[in-house]
Design a protein around this ligand. Structure first.
Ligand code: CAA
Length: 388
């Protein structure tokens, strides 16, 4: 349990407990099997949608639960604590997909494209990265060319979370290469659109039950009404949405770390060596103390980022740095804690009989996707130095 003294509302406690119970009852029994097979967990994701977990901050009129950012973070943490793959599918639907449409979409776009994903009836995706454009997102090669009342999209996108199953995609393409990042435009694409197809599925180290793939656009024609925001506004939309997404990944990383830590405490209390419980050795006790302290610090940064985002809904202030610090510290904590957890468990930490090795594999991606740790440091440093 956390030592945090925090002014939670009854609503916060309710969503946290509901998510915790659901994760323990419905996800825990299948997590290892879906990790092993790499199959997408359609059934549990659908149930999560029915329970309102796929659009927690989305207003009820657009099919969501109409709750605040902290509610979303608390639920994301509990789901990821049991299975990080369910956690990232949930995070992408909530933040990467719904946030951008709600903030930059027309009323028609919000009515058409938010409810199916916020209610979990459909899966959404966010597609920015390309094989030769990752951290340096402004260098994308995909092109969208205006043709009357349509745009014709061509390009290859990669590392798209939920790419193999998404029905709706927010995709970023270059409309004016001469303007570099100011020439990027965002579009809403339905998976059935001619010219759209799914490419290579990524075989991954962790979060294996979440599906990741390339997306291919070959003369894919979308109406101008599916442009999200103005021409050239795409890079700003991509970055704004990532600020929200990074808070979700911080909560995911926090959940993974907590799971590994709690298992380690239990093991250190029970396992004996040299005539005593291993927790009584200072080498193990100090490790646990560091793990716990990092987790509680992560929690503060992550909940603070959630409050900063919530405040931004009325003030319009940016919360870029709060989100970057939370994501950076949470992901590195997740890696540190899961690494220590494997060591504390010894051989059992390396065995698939326990979920510890899965936590370790799952933690790594949180230092990479939605902006690597290096990118988070760059964002924080530039802000502190007043460079941007
Ligand atoms: N909010 C609003 N606007 C922002 C912004 C933000 N957070 N960050 C930058 N901008 C704006 C700037 O103000 C600037 O605007 P002007 O054109 O008016 O000057 C513009 O965007 C360009 O900003 P920079 O000059 O800072 O851009 P840059 O090229 O130096 O790059 C970067 C900045 C922070 C490195 C950015 O490229 C970045 O975040 N890269 C990482 C990309 C990333 O996270 N990718 C993950 C993809 S999603 C994923 O992981 C897959 C998945 O499915 C989960």
């Amino acid at each position: 349990m956390s030592n945090l003294i925090f002014p939670f509302t009854d609503e916060h406690r309710m969503i946290r407990d509901t998510a915790r119970d659901f994760a323990r009852e419905k996800i825990a029994p299948i997590a290892a099997e879906f990790d092993e097979s790499g199959e997408f967990p359609h059934e549990t994701i659908k149930k999560m949608g029915e329970m309102g977990f796929m659009g927690i901050e989305v207003p009820e009129e657009y099919g969501g639960a109409g709750m605040d950012t902290l509610s979303y973070v608390l639920a994301e943490e509990e789901i990821a604590k049991v299975d990080a793959a369910h956690g990232v599918i949930m995070s992408v639907n909530n933040s990467l997909y719904c946030t951008g449409i709600l903030k930059f979409g027309t009323e028609e776009q919000k009515k058409k494209y938010v409810p199916p994903v916020a209610s979990g009836k459909a899966i959404g995706a966010y597609s920015l990265t390309e094989p030769m454009s990752g951290s340096d997102a402004g260098t994308m090669k995909s092109r969208a060319v205006r043709d009357g009342d349509s745009y014709i999209l061509n390009g290859r996108k990669s590392w798209v979370t939920s790419g193999p199953v998404a029905e709706y995609i927010v995709v970023f393409m270059m409309t004016n290469p001469e303007l570099h990042h100011r020439g990027v435009t965002a579009f809403l694409v339905e998976a059935g659109t001619p010219g759209f197809s799914r490419g290579k599925k990524e075989p991954k180290l962790g979060i294996r039950a979440s599906a990741t793939s390339e997306l291919l656009f070959e003369d894919c024609r979308v109406p101008v009404t599916n442009r999200l925001g103005e021409e050239g506004e795409g890079f700003k939309i991509a970055m704004t949405v990532l600020d929200s997404g990074r808070i979700g990944i911080a909560a995911q990383a926090l959940g993974i770390a907590e799971a590994a830590y709690e298992a380690s405490v239990e093991y250190a209390r029970e396992r004996e060596a040299f005539g005593q419980k291993i927790g009584q050795f200072q080498g193990i006790g100090f490790k646990l103390a560091d793990m716990k302290t990092h987790i509680e610090a992560t929690r503060l940064l992550t909940y603070n980022a959630a409050l900063a985002k919530q405040r931004a809904k009325t003030t319009g202030e940016r919360f870029t740095v709060e989100a970057a610090m939370a994501k950076l510290f949470a992901s590195e904590t997740s890696m540190f804690v899961t690494h220590a957890a494997v060591q504390i468990h010894g051989g059992m930490g390396y065995s698939k009989e326990l979920p510890i090795e899965r936590y370790f594999r799952d933690a790594k991606i949180t230092e990479i996707y939605e902006g690597t740790s290096e990118i988070q440091r760059l964002v924080i440093a530039r802000s502190e130095l007043g460079l941007k």
